[in-house]
Design a protein around this ligand. Structure first.
Ligand code: AP5
Length: 205
C-alpha cells in the first residue's frame, strides 16, 4: 500500500512545490483542493460559485470542498493531500473518511510568505511553479508564458493569511494533540526542505 500523506502549511509555505516531488517519489496521487476548485471556479453550487470566495481570499464552503476530497481520496491508492483540511470541521470530516500515515507541517514566517506569493508565477502548460527571484525559469519561452494567480496580489494574499490564522491554526493544534504532526523548517531551500520531507516519510510511513 502506498502512503497517505497530509501536508499542512500557510499559503505560500511550499505545499504545492513539495507535493509534486512527494507524488513522484512515493508514487501517490497529488490531491489538491486549490487546483480542483480552480478547475471548477465558475461551477454553480447552492452556496454560490467557488470563484466568489477564492478571488476574495475566503474559504469555499465546507460541503463543496468535502465532496471533492471524498471523491478524490476514494479513488486514490496512496495520496499527498494539499490544501485540506483548513478548519476543524474539515479535519473531523477527514478523520471519518480516511487514515493518515504522516502529517507534515511546513513552518514559514509571515513576511516571507507574502514575498513568496506575490513573486510566484505558474507555467499554464506544465503546471510548474516558479518564483521571479528564488526560482526563475531558465528557458525564455517558458518565461514569456508564465502567469500570476488571480489571488496572488498583495491585498488578497494578506486576507488569505488572515483567514489562515483564524481557521487553520486550530488544525495544526489538532494534529499536534493527536501526536501525528511532524514540523519541517520550511524556510530552508526547496532541496533542503525536500530532504527533510523524504526522510520523515520514509521513517513514518
Ligand atoms: P490553495 O490553492 O490551496 O492555496 P494556498 O493554501 O493559499 O497555498 P498556495 O498554493 O498559495 O501555496 P503553497 O504552499 O502551495 O506554495 P507554493 O509551493 O506554490 O487555495 C486557494 C484558495 O482555494 C483558497 O484561498 C480558498 O478560497 C480555496 N480553498 C482551497 N482549499 C480549500 C479548503 N480546503 N476549504 C475551503 N476553501 C479552500 O510556493 C509559493 C512560492 O514560493 C512559489 O513561487 C515557489 O517557487 C516559492 N517557494 C516554495 N518553496 C520555497 C522555498 N523553500 N524557498 C524559497 N521559495 C520557495
Amino acid at each position: 500500500m502506498n502512503p497517505n500523506i497530509l501536508i499542512l502549511g500557510a499559503p505560500g509555505a511550499g505545499k504545492g512545490t513539495q507535493s509534486a516531488r512527494i507524488a513522484d517519489e512515493f508514487d501517490v496521487e497529488h490531491v489538491t483542493t486549490g487546483d480542483a476548485l480552480r478547475a471548477n471556479k465558475h461551477m454553480e453550487t447552492e452556496h454560490g460559485t467557488p470563484a466568489s470566495f477564492m478571488d476574495a481570499g475566503e474559504l469555499v464552503p465546507d460541503p463543496v470542498v468535502n465532496e471533492i476530497v471524498n471523491a478524490a481520496l476514494s479513488e486514490a491508492d496512496g495520496y499527498v493531500l494539499d490544501g485540506y483540511p483548513r478548519n476543524l470541521s474539515q479535519a473531523e470530516y477527514l478523520d471519518d473518511i480516511t487514515d493518515l500515515d504522516v502529517v507534515l507541517y511546513l513552518d514559514v514566517d509571515e513576511e516571507e510568505l507574502v514575498h513568496r506569493l506575490t513573486g510566484r508565477r505558474l507555467d499554464p502548460e506544465t503546471g510548474d511553479i516558479y518564483h521571479v527571484e528564488y526560482n526563475p525559469p531558465e528557458d525564455e519561452e517558458v518565461e514569456a508564458r508564465l502567469e500570476q494567480r488571480d489571488d496572488d496580489d498583495e491585498e488578497t494574499v494578506r486576507e488569505r493569511l488572515r483567514v489562515y490564522r483564524e481557521n487553520t491554526e486550530s488544525v495544526i493544534d489538532h494534529y499536534e494533540e493527536t501526536g501525528e504532526l511532524v514540523r519541517i523548517d520550511g524556510e530552508q531551500t526547496p532541496d533542503e526542505v525536500w530532504g527533510d520531507i523524504k526522510e520523515t516519510v520514509e521513517r513514518e510511513a
